[in-house]
Design a protein around this ligand. Structure first.
Ligand code: AMP
Length: 600
């Protein structure tokens, strides 16, 4: 099936010159690295537990805490006022051991679930790693969730322990506590002299905790993390990840994020979603680098200040944040010394080519897009420091990852011929992005939903639910979520291409595009547009933007309808919720909105 020609191909390739890079990239030659790579070789970068087996916390903390990196800053937290507090690898090893000891004292068993509902503060990071040391399973929740999503996830996940604050407990957990019979212990990180009924004082427990001793023996297939991910509709699913995932976190930290021993690394994602744990905690610590954690919310000036003052070298962020910085204007970066910064990467949503290129203006560096999802547990497709960037492309699969484009039948199901799945080979054609199972961070199930898990695999491939195409040189181009693609007069239109074209107009800060039913065309394209500061919504501007898009995309693909909005609905992790735009437009039920950003 033909997809529209992406507008992104109009952007010139950004060439790389390895000799001009400040450090030699870990992946200097893509083809060579792919040919040489094996997961066993990648495991060579880890130590394994002294008595055999593998444990994420051992790789991330204890082996460094007891070794040459003991005094190195592991985590540096930036408070609201810009001051910082740090934990060295040795301190982190000690504190996480105490936390593990608290769990043991409370009788928490191997494999039981420990949840958090906390902002980005030290207690959260200690709890994640301490839980893993005790062979229990960690499940982080966004602190901004309301009582209903908290209840739903704690129930689905069978949460035994919850770590939270007084205020969050009172507002979000106390009202639903009676509905959570499995939840045995609530540990408050800021308990005061007036005990909250039904809770324990974590600080007091930590003070009394004896040293943990040897990390609990865990095998590669033991469950370590549970991450809830919202499907497009219906209830959230809990993706199960195991301790061997650390092998992929290590390998991808090396190749896709290019982590080197002296790096100061900042991942802006909240641990409430998978990027914030895989790449905000595990991958950088496994590499023994210093990780910045901003305790506050996004703010353009604050972020530039952090990049400059903390001398961040590698920055991993999201398209939505970059678009907000772009909306604020590249000149805001001026006056900040960003000379330490050497690599910028982004994930979570399609990265518009405009933003890739804008990075050069604001940071002096292009932005490197990469692709993955909760289910894959780690980065699967990426742009690498030494590889030319084709703006708008997600890049090429990581060494060790086999990707393909699977043909779809009329109903959108994978096309089978003689029982075999049909792969798309024509570079102009799109299909569903698929991955060959077997990488270590692949999810091992949806908790209590065996059938739903099984359906993700067809003919020896894991089907991602995303539509994409691959060009002649093996670069992958995102077209849209399978559910978001628009069918108009026989054309299949990916919303991302239309949104990217709209963003090329001077007035447009962000855009969300959906299909709305039309008696003639089947569907027509409708755009929702947020304007940059200084522009006023008007009919004239609407017509001008539609005309602009028509010139670039052609009448069949350009939006026929356009509304101005001041707040596109987005998830807390920054993804535009196109299905919600559509439901609202058509007056349909909104489905699961638990991950919706407040006020959207
Ligand atoms: P989640 O599991 O919540 O992290 O969402 C994963 C989904 O986000 C993917 O299946 C894609 O639809 C989207 N996504 C993540 N990264 C990218 C990217 N670089 N380009 C396009 N879409 C992306």
């Amino acid at each position: 099936m033909k997809a529209t020609t992406p507008s992104s191909t109009r952007w010139p390739t950004i060439s790389k010159d390895i000799a001009a890079l400040p450090v030699r990239p870990n992946l200097a030659d893509y083809d060579e690295a792919c040919a040489a790579f094996t997961w066993d070789e990648a495991r060579g970068g880890l130590s394994g537990l002294p008595g055999g087996g593998v444990n994420i916390a051992h790789e991330a903390v204890d082996r460094h805490g007891a070794g040459a990196l003991a005094d190195r800053e592991a985590l540096r937290f930036v408070r609201a006022d810009g001051t910082t507090r740090s934990l060295s690898y040795a301190e982190l090893a000690e504190e996480t051991g105490r936390f593990a000891s608290v769990l043991r004292g409370l009788g928490v068993q191997r494999g039981e679930r420990v949840f958090s509902l906390v902002g980005r503060m030290p207690a959260l990071y200690v709890a994640v790693l301490g839980t893993l040391k005790h062979a229990a399973v960690f499940c982080p929740l966004f602190s901004a969730f309301g009582p209903e999503p908290v209840r739903q996830r704690l129930q689905l996940g069978g949460g035994r322990v919850l770590i939270t604050t007084r205020a969050l407990y009172r507002r979000k957990v106390a009202p639903i506590r009676a509905e959570l019979p499995d939840l045995r212990h609530v540990l408050l990180i800021d308990a005061d002299d007036e005990p909250e009924p039904g809770t324990l004082d974590l600080a007091a427990l930590l003070d009394d905790a004896p040293p943990y001793g040897e990390i609990a023996a865990t095998g590669p297939e033991d469950m370590a993390l549970l991450h809830f991910t919202s499907g497009t509709t219906g209830k959230p699913k809990g993706a199960i990840h195991v301790h061997d995932a650390v092998t992929a976190h290590y390998a991808t930290g090396r190749f896709a994020l290019d982590l080197h021993p002296d790096d100061v690394y900042w991942c802006t994602a909240d641990p409430g979603w998978v990027t914030g744990t895989s790449y905000g905690i595990i991958a950088p610590l496994v590499h023994g680098v210093t990780t910045i954690v901003d305790e506050e919310e996004m703010d353009a000036d604050r972020w530039y200040r952090i990049l400059a003052e903390q001398r961040v070298t590698v920055w991993y962020t999201a398209p939505t944040a970059l678009r907000m910085l772009m909306k604020a204007g590249a000149e805001r970066a001026g006056g900040h010394d960003l000379s330490a910064l050497r690599f910028v990467a982004s994930v979570g949503e399609p990265l518009n080519p405009e933003v890739v290129v804008w990075g050069q203006e604001a940071f002096g560096l292009p932005v490197h897009d990469n692709w993955w999802q909760t289910e894959t547990g780690g980065i699967m497709i990426s742009n690498y420091p030494a590889m030319d960037i084709r703006p708008g492309s997600m890049g090429r699969p990581l060494p060790g990852i086999e990707a393909a484009i699977v043909a779809r039948d009329e109903t959108g199901a994978p096309l089978l011929r003689d029982g075999e799945i049909v792969l798309v080979t024509d570079p102009d054609a799109m299909g569903e992005l698929a991955l060959r199972p077997g990488w270590p961070s692949m999810f091992r199930g949806y908790l209590n939903e065996e059938e739903r898990y099984r359906k993700c695999f067809v003919g020896g491939w894991y089907l991602t639910g995303d539509l994409a195409r691959r060009d002649d040189d093996g670069y992958y181009w995102f077209v849209g979520r399978g559910d978001d693609v628009i069918k108009s007069s026989g054309h299949l239109i990916g919303p991302f291409e239309v949104e990217s074209s709209l963003m090329e107009h001077d007035a447009v800060a962000e855009a969300g595009v959906i299909g709305v039913p039309d008696p003639v065309a089947g569907e027509v394209v409708k755009a929702f547009v947020e304007l940059k500061p200084g522009y006023e919504a008007s009919d004239a501007l609407r017509l001008e933007i539609i005309g602009f898009a028509r010139k670039r995309l052609g009448a069949a693909v350009a939006p026929r309808l356009l509304d101005f909005t001041t707040a596109l609905p987005k998830t807390r992790s920054g993804k535009i919720l196109r299905r919600l735009l559509k439901a609202r437009e058509l007056g349909l039920p909104e489905g699961d909105t638990s991950t919706l950003e407040v006020g959207r």
